[in-house]
Design a binder for this molecule. Structure first.
Ligand code: UN1
Length: 498
């Protein structure tokens, strides 16, 4: 939808259900680079009028969106479950995250504070104002097809920007439903929020052309570290900035002072929620050598008992979200080396490679065994790199110093966790882990809508989403000096005397 009208794409494609691959969820029309440029033109045209609406009134539009999402909560969650195989309870949580984001930002329309600043000259006053950046291109992933887009789209709209959104190729039905709810619920004028379905190469070409033409002022991107580098480079070459939310290799340290059952529960959710396809998913458990065996026994037992399968049922995890991700995950599995200890079955769940207590029909979808790989070490690909899928590495440590070093070694820096009841250990870890987010006695996943979200190192470019911190992504500061002395006062030269 561009400028309030459906676009004629260049190619039609089916979106299928990863739990039942023969079930088509939606037929989608994919555009090309010129579709994206057309959407950027439309957003660019609509921006001045949108920015002219007082921020508290835009806040009311955000309130309308939040209520509309609430009314459609179950329907939207069902689409998410059908399209990417996220267990229904998690999908409901994901939709709730949009509502929380709207709740937070509807009030921000009545704040959007600037400052009054004293001048060094007499009879002169200084001010600062937040101004919208202009047109924002938002490119998002399919693992959170509706919550993560709202982290960009809600604050960007609230602060007076207009949007071109290119959602993931493999979650078009969820994104189309999201778009419709937003436009109707918010009563958004045509051109304010445009959506274009396109593949990667068309998106890059369209972005480049739009940036060349001065139609895009900011990029919001959630996806892999590799593509994030490209997006960041593209923005930088055009002297624009990108808000990059990239991969993670999120560590969980478990010390001898931990409640082990709590840690097992946390590792289960962090490792296998969304089939391990969250940027905040648990990468490696770094467990003290004195509790390593005990933890591993309990973790494997909990995993063996966890229901896996049909995501409409109460399961720990459903299928992987798309064939492309399943293929890539199979490549990650080939990183397992003979020195690693895999304590359970591995790979795709089939009649020949079954799983006890599987819910549903394993042959029908992209279902994988959850895997725990013990004995991973720095230098092993499986320790150093993100393995987007249901796989958790385990290694052991001798002292906290070494645990923190191991946790920082892969060079990502999104989320992290420590399980301990010793406050000194918790604070030492939090002080020295390089991560945008850290949990004490909780999972690496589970961000809240009003806390900064983002990473260091390979996980991003230091930008933060959510809460008031994201306002710096979608607004630029303007300073104003107002001289009411009636004469030309010169800074540094006419400094008032004591
Ligand atoms: C992501 O995977 O891109 O904290 C975001 C969490 C979710 C968001 C994950 N609320 O795991």
């Amino acid at each position: 939808m561009v400028d309030g009208k459906p676009v004629d794409g260049v190619r039609a494609a089916d979106s299928t259900n990863p739990s039942r691959l023969d079930e088509v969820i939606a037929k989608v029309s994919f555009g090309d680079a010129s579709t994206l440029v057309g959407a950027a033109e439309s957003a660019h045209r609509a921006q001045p009028a949108w920015a002219a609406i007082p921020a508290p009134v835009r806040g009311r539009a955000i309130a309308g969106i939040g209520r509309a999402v609430e009314r459609n909560k179950q329907a939207l969650a069902k689409i998410v479950t059908a399209e990417i195989g996220k267990p229904y309870a998690e999908a409901l949580g994901e939709v709730q995250e949009i509502i929380d984001t709207c709740d937070f930002f509807l009030g921000e329309g009545r704040r959007l504070y600037g400052q009054t600043v004293p001048s060094e000259m007499a009879d002169k006053q200084l001010f600062t104002f937040r101004r919208p950046v202009g047109t924002v291109a938002v490119i998002t992933a399919g693992n959170f097809p509706v919550a993560v887009p709202s982290w960009y789209i809600v604050p960007a709209l609230l602060t007076g920007n207009t949007i071109v959104w290119k959602p993931a190729e493999y979650s078009p039905a969820a994104s189309a439903a999201f778009h419709e709810i937003f436009v109707r619920g918010g009563g958004l004028p045509d051109g304010v929020f445009n959506i274009v379905h396109a593949d990667g190469p068309s998106t890059f070409a369209g972005l480049e052309q739009s940036l060349d033409a001065g139609l895009i002022d900011k990029i919001g991107f959630t996806g892999s570290s590799a593509v994030g580098r490209e997006v960041g480079g593209l923005a930088g070459r055009h002297l624009q900035t990108a808000c990059l939310e990239l991969g993670g290799k999120n560590p969980m340290v478990i010390t001898p002072a931990a409640d082990l059952d709590l840690a097992v529960e946390g590792a289960l959710f962090a490792g296998f929620g969304t089939a391990g396809q969250r940027c905040t998913s648990l990468g490696t458990v770094i467990v003290h050598e004195s509790v390593h065996d005990d933890f591993l026994d309990r973790f494997n037992a909990a995993l063996a008992a966890a229901p896996i399968g049909d995501p409409t049922a109460e399961v720990l995890m459903g299928p992987m979200m798309d064939a492309k991700f399943a293929e890539r995950y199979e490549e990650f599995l080939s990183w397992i080396q003979p020195q690693h200890k895999v304590q359970a079955a591995c790979g795709r769940i089939t009649a020949d490679n079954p799983r006890d207590g599987f819910v549903g029909d394993p042959a029908a979808g992209l279902f994988y065994h959850p895997v725990v790989v013990d004995g991973v070490q720095p230098g092993d690909a499986i320790f150093d790199q993100e393995t987007f899928g249901p796989l958790v590495g385990v290694t052991s440590y001798r002292d906290l110093e070494q645990a923190i070093e191991l946790a920082n070694t892969p060079g990502y820096g999104l989320s992290s966790a420590i399980y301990t009841n010793d406050a000194r250990e918790a604070f030492s870890f939090a002080n020295r882990i390089s991560a945008g987010m850290t949990s004490v006695n909780n999972s690496t996943s589970g961000a809240e809508a009003h806390l900064p979200f983002g990473g260091n190192g390979k996980s991003g470019n230091g930008s933060r989403q959510s809460g008031i911190w994201v306002l710096d992504q979608f607004t630029r500061w303007q300073s104003m000096n107002w001289d009411y002395s009636g004469r030309l006062q010169k800074a540094q030269m006419d400094v008032a005397e004591l």
